[in-house]
Design a protein. Structure first.
Length: 106
């Protein structure tokens, strides 16, 4: 996953729940805590209000919203139907990217 995709993914991941802990972010993105800190700093520098609350974790400030990926029902169905082909015939890198894309619609 390239850095831009990961930054957008972290924003989306933080928006999905009120709070996310460092271990949750590390595990979800398979990156180090140091990388998470750097990415959160960059996300803040581009204007996304990221907050940390002890005992709770990280969150995106209220009022900020990154719109979800919008697919038609037909597009979402096409992606879902392609999954068995991707799993069977694509290499691990493509499978990982496909899984990441599906997570936005599932």
């Amino acid at each position: 996953m390239n850095r831009i995709d990961r930054l957008m993914g972290i924003i989306t991941f933080l928006q999905a729940k009120k709070h996310r802990t460092m271990p949750q972010i590390v595990e979800h993105f398979s990156i180090s805590a140091r990388t998470v800190f750097r990415d959160l700093r960059v996300i803040g520098e581009i204007g996304v209000p990221v907050f940390f609350e002890p005992e709770h974790g990280y969150s995106v400030g209220s009022g900020f919203f990154l719109p979800p990926v919008s697919l038609t029902v037909e597009e979402a169905n096409a992606l879902s139907l392609a999954e068995p082909l991707i799993v069977r015939f694509a290499d691990k890198s493509i499978q990982k990217h496909f899984g990441s894309a599906l997570s936005f619609i599932g």
